[in-house]
Design a protein around this ligand. Structure first.
Ligand SMILES: NC(=O)c1ccc[n+]([C@@H]2O[C@H](COP(=O)([O-])OP(=O)(O)OC[C@H]3O[C@@H](n4cnc5c(N)ncnc54)[C@H](O)[C@@H]3O)[C@@H](O)[C@H]2O)c1
Length: 314
């Protein structure tokens, strides 16, 4: 297949493109290599995607103007990720996520791409006291601008296919982690701070839970979604891709301390725009995508730390 992937130098994009190329597909990727986190990591990932079957353009998704066509499938991963973007980058939630997604959809329509996947997020859900986030029943009420931008993508997608005969699948990812991961995410930031003996601003005293999902499981889920989107016509669907086993943030920190063999320096911090708990109900993805996450947190975090040791050269 010939596949268009946005955000191909990002954490998930990189792992996805690598597997697509390994499986013999041809991929066109785009990324703007912005400095939300150190672009050196984005360039490193890009350098590992060297293949005759991969074409890359450094460009902004909002003004997509590449001269490529004949795609079978398009996958949108480019976004201002994370709920905690600094003030000066907050406008990117609109620019890259809301306007960028519209531009991506227009590109699909212009190029007659009928099979489309896009990244949504667990951040679209409202806070719930008990139970799991379920696609069909849990109310949607984002606590952050980031979550709002992802919810607006889902609404846009549902309207988009009313006037365009395509199938579009949104994937709500839950705290994805692993090698080549994002330095802004807690597991990465904690690991680096412990090694560098820097202070960790620990939000809500570590009393939060995240459904930590290993990158290989997410990639399997995306592959399940590719098969699914080919089995349906004119569909708009949403799937949770999580791990169904939330990890308490203080336990995550303790586990990293144990593996590295050093104590963290902690400063308590309060935060308002983050969910207390994320917990995916993955029944729908299991039934329709064959999704079946396999990597438990203890194994996954060791794999991340092995990679991190080499990457940070410590
Ligand atoms: N990693 C997670 O835990 C997680 C959870 C929920 C949702 N998501 C979503 O999954 C997708 C991939 O996330 P990720 O963790 O790989 O993040 P990432 O930041 O590593 O990857 C996103 C990539 O998009 C690129 N990008 C951003 N704005 C762009 C623009 N205007 N034009 C072109 N490229 C642009 C960035 O440079 C980056 O390389 C994102 O949509 C994110 O919101 C991720």
């Amino acid at each position: 297949m010939r596949i268009f992937v946005t955000g191909s130098s990002g954490f998930i994009g990189f792992h996805l493109v690598k597997k697509l190329l390994n499986d013999g597909h041809s991929v066109v990727g785009i990324d703007d290599h912005n400095d939300y986190y150190n672009p050196a990591l984005k360039f490193k990932r890009l350098s590992l995607l060297n293949s005759n079957n991969f074409t890359f353009y450094e460009t902004d998704i909002k003004s997509l103007n590449i001269k490529e066509s004949n795609f079978d499938l398009a996958i949108n991963l480019a976004a201002q990720a994370g709920v905690r973007a600094p003030q000066e980058k907050q406008h990117l939630y609109k620019h890259s996520n809301i306007d960028g997604f519209k531009s991506f959809c227009n590109f699909c329509k212009k190029n007659n791409i009928k099979k489309i996947l896009y990244a949504s997020s667990s951040s679209v859900y409202s806070e719930i006291k008990e139970g799991k986030f379920c696609e069909a029943t849990t109310p949607l009420k984002p606590k952050s601008k980031y979550g709002e931008s992802k919810l607006s993508n889902e609404i846009y997608a549902s309207n988009f296919i009313k006037s365009y005969d395509a199938s579009i699948i949104g994937l709500r990812f839950f705290s994805v982690y692993g090698p080549f991961g994002r330095p802004d995410m807690a597991y990465y930031a904690f690991s680096k701070a412990i090694k560098d003996k820097e202070i960790i601003n620990l939000n809500n005293n570590g009393n939060m839970y995240r459904d930590m999902t290993f990158i290989d499981d997410i990639i399997d889920g995306i592959f399940g979604a590719i098969d699914y989107v080919y089995s349906v016509q004119n569909k708009n669907e949403i799937f949770n891709l999580g791990n169904d086993k939330p990890i308490k943030t203080s336990d995550l920190l303790n586990r990293i301390e144990q593996i590295i063999g050093k104590k963290a320096l902690i400063k308590p911090n309060k935060t308002e725009n983050e969910a207390f708990k994320t917990h995916a109900d993955i029944t729908k993805a299991k039934n329709l995508l064959g999704y079946d996450p396999k990597v438990c947190f203890d194994v996954g975090i060791e794999r991340f730390l092995d990679w991190h040791r080499h990457y940070e050269n410590i």
